[in-house]
Design a protein around this ligand. Structure first.
Ligand SMILES: Cc1cc2nc3c(=O)[nH]c(=O)nc-3n(C[C@H](O)[C@H](O)[C@H](O)COP(=O)(O)OP(=O)(O)OC[C@H]3O[C@@H](n4cnc5c(N)ncnc54)[C@H](O)[C@@H]3O)c2cc1C
Length: 367
């Protein structure tokens, strides 16, 4: 297919870079994906990969996430091979959580979530051993196998004409006359009209040299993966100190908290503890055997919100880094592609620009 428009480099083929690359390539643009390792990501393979929008978020973040939940349906219709399951979540009562208030607030914002009784919990998740009289059911939540999604999106972008270079670590940016003109990789400079940094936790070091100081932390998160068992879970279950889901291959994936680093200090005993909690939470299961634990590092900007856009308005350069990149993958891919191609910024991205962390560098060090 004849290519049109700018030449665009995407740095990183995790779930975010892969989504941006696919959306751009579909529009007929020539994209080069530079990936230090192999497609699939660093945070992405270690993610719980829950698609949701109903933690204790500010409304504008809720709206972006909610929009992206719907966008998962668009993406999986376009690419039916993506492992996406939107089978809903059951929230059991937890300390410090007012279930009624939680459901009322999210319902008022248009979320399909409702209070259910213990009988309904049993019909949704008959193998749950945790007794409850009340719970909440979020109808449209789900999960994906995030590493596979990143790999498949990258492959689909390549099918559409993108160039993929693996083992291609980007060392820095090429800058001319105040504009980013490409990247430096080893002893080569690769030119482009636009460079998108979607390098997860490595993003700050790549944009620092243009004077953009992006404050990012990487809190660890431990997950336990069991050996495959026959199906005992239908959707996601969120309980006190335990969230769990069962993958298509029968493995159960479990973690203990979403923000903190509980159990991550000692993966071995943390994994055993998660298996113990799973054992108390489930019945009718074959023996649950720990296959492995993973510790992932969440790329989390200082205020917890995505950072998407042009640092200092520098031409030729964009960044896209965030926690909850799995939930946000389809929306961010489409919106960043649209912005690069038309210059139009999607209104839902307005609160998530780079200017939040604008520590303007001295003129002399600016590109
Ligand atoms: C334990 C845990 C649980 C999570 N749970 C959820 C959840 O339930 N729901 C949710 O939505 N999100 C969740 N997240 C967050 C989500 O996984 C991340 O936001 C998302 O995976 C980030 O994707 P990414 O593509 O930006 O980064 P990454 O997956 O880290 O990919 C970045 C890519 O850039 C490449 N790269 C880096 N530096 C360079 C360089 N210099 N040159 C070339 N390539 C480079 C890397 O090799 C990598 O492939 C969780 C994360 C963790 C760790």
């Amino acid at each position: 297919m004849a290519r049109k428009g700018p030449e665009i480099i995407i740095v990183g083929a995790g779930i975010i870079g892969a989504s941006i690359a696919w959306h751009l390539t579909r529009s007929g643009v020539h994209v080069t994906i530079l990936e230090a390792c192999e497609p699939g990501g660093v945070a992405t393979p270690n993610s719980f990969s829950w698609i949701n929008s109903n933690y204790h978020f500010a409304q504008e973040y809720f709206v972006l996430r909610h929009h992206s939940m719907g966008e998962w349906r668009r993406l999986s219709a376009a690419l039916p091979q993506l492992p996406v399951s939107l089978s809903g979540s059951v929230y059991l009562p937890a300390k410090g959580m007012d279930l009624e208030e939680f459901v009322a607030r999210n319902t008022a914002w248009g979320y399909r979530i409702e209070i259910i009784d213990g009988e309904r919990v049993k019909s949704l998740e008959p193998n749950l051993a945790l007794e409850t009289e009340v719970a909440a059911h979020a109808h449209d939540e789900g999960a994906v196998e995030a590493q596979e999604v990143a790999e498949l999106l990258t492959a689909a972008a390549v099918d559409e004409g993108a160039e993929l270079r693996t083992g291609a670590r980007v060392d820095g940016l090429a800058v001319e006359d105040g504009r980013v003109t490409g990247v430096r990789a080893g002893d080569k400079t690769i030119s482009a009209d636009e460079v998108v940094i979607a390098a997860g936790a490595a993003t700050p070091e790549l944009v620092r040299e243009v004077g953009y100081d992006l404050p990012l932390s990487t809190p660890p998160g431990l997950l336990a993966h069991t050996k495959p068992v026959s199906r005992v879970l239908n959707g996601l279950v969120l309980a006190e100190g335990l969230h769990m889901r069962q993958k298509a291959n029968g493995q159960i994936l479990a973690g203990s908290d979403f923000q903190g680093a509980e159990l991550a200090d000692d993966p071995k005993s943390g994994g055993e503890e998660l298996i113990r909690r799973l054992g108390s939470a489930l019945k009718n299961s074959e023996p649950l055997v720990l296959e492995r634990t993973t510790t992932g590092y969440r790329p989390t900007p200082a205020d917890g919100l995505p950072v998407i856009g042009r640092p200092h308005g520098i031409s030729g350069l964009s960044v896209a880094v965030m926690h909850s990149g799995v939930t946000l993958c389809p929306a961010v891919g489409a919106m960043v592609a649209e912005e690069l191609l038309t210059g139009n910024r999607h209104e839902l991205l307005a609160p998530f620009g780079t200017e939040r962390f604008l520590n303007a560098p001295p003129e002399s060090s600016r590109v």
